[in-house]
Design a protein. Structure first.
Length: 318
């Protein structure tokens, strides 16, 4: 198998593209990791690698690639609706197709998060549906010093309100994939999350996390959080109006974030973060069989609205 590598687009090294030579037949994706010994080094340098032109016809093909990449982890305690297709292989998100999912680092609201993610396009959308990505080193560099200092000092507090079967957003049963409260408490304890049950059987979780991080291998400082995604200003306007009309405080929404001491993060501050993310974001149309491997600390990801059928799978790695 002869491969060629280079940037997908000249203006950006994100993502780095690896594909078979044009005259080669489509090789199986599962054999790829063993044929690219510098894969880990390349991922750390660029943050994201797009594998295009390989044989990926079924979820099982992607599962073979995932098995070769490393130890897959579960999505217990996750905040996005998704279904498990195969053991360790999930739908990327079942968030409403007409809404945009802001860029974020997967599970940054926990003490433990996936080190890497792999996405696979089984069915590209007829229109839209890109998975935009951004280099978190560049996001950090785009922030103005006063806000950057505030992120470093004040940290971020994440709040989730998970209903017990009736309500908006996720249920705690769907998030934790169990009906057992003791299992929820055990997993929350492992993930550094505080929890509280209501008399109605709903669950509220809180955790204070750093808004910035240092990559464990490259030792580079990065923007690493879910502020833009979780903050109430990022809600769809109609939904935000509905909550506001009921007099509900943002911390009672399905999810919200504030400064670590509980003080509100202002809409203006989140707008600055959103602008820094936007100026560093790149996106490309999915092609059937594409596999995108990202370092979850170096690169944030999101999802754009779409029309028509779309199936993107994902595996998470410890």
């Amino acid at each position: 198998m002869t491969l060629r590598a280079g940037p997908l687009r000249r203006e950006s090294a994100l993502p780095w593209l690896i594909e078979p030579e044009a005259d080669a037949e489509r090789p199986p994706i599962a054999a790829l990791p063993a044929r690219v010994p510098e894969l880990d080094e390349t991922l750390l340098r660029h943050g994201a690698i797009l594998f295009r032109g390989f044989a990926v016809a079924r979820p099982e093909d992607f599962r073979g690639f995932s098995d070769a990449i490393g130890s897959a982890r579960d999505y217990v305690g996750g905040n996005s609706p998704r279904s498990e297709v195969l053991d360790g292989v999930y739908t990327s998100t079942e968030y409403p197709r007409n809404l945009e999912l802001a860029l974020h680092n997967e599970m940054a609201y926990l003490d433990r998060w996936p080190a890497r993610l792999a996405f696979c396009c089984m069915t590209p959308a007829a229109e839209g549906g890109e998975t935009p990505i951004a280099d978190c080193r560049r996001i950090l560099g785009a922030l103005k010093p006063p806000l950057l200092d505030k992120l470093r000092r004040r940290k971020v507090r994440y709040v989730r309100n998970l209903h017990g079967g009736k309500g908006t957003g996720l249920s705690w049963q769907a998030s934790f994939r169990t009906e057992d409260r003791a299992a929820v408490e055990a997993r929350s304890r492992e993930d550094g999350v505080a929890w509280e049950w209501s008399d109605a059987g709903d669950l509220r979780t809180t955790i204070v996390r750093d808004a910035l991080a240092v990559h464990p291998k490259t030792h580079e400082p990065v923007f690493f959080n879910q502020i833009v995604l979780w903050h109430h200003s990022s809600l769809a306007p109609k939904l935000r109006d509905v909550y506001a009309a009921t007099g509900m405080e943002p911390d009672a929404y399905p999810h919200n974030c504030s400064w670590g001491d509980g003080a509100p993060i202002s809409d203006q501050e989140v707008a600055q973060l959103r602008a820094a993310v936007a100026q560093t974001t790149v996106a490309f149309p999915w092609e059937r069989g594409d596999v995108l491997l990202i370092d979850n600390v170096l690169v944030a990801h999101g999802r754009r609205p779409f029309r028509g059928p779309r199936q993107i799978l994902v595996s998470l790695f410890a």
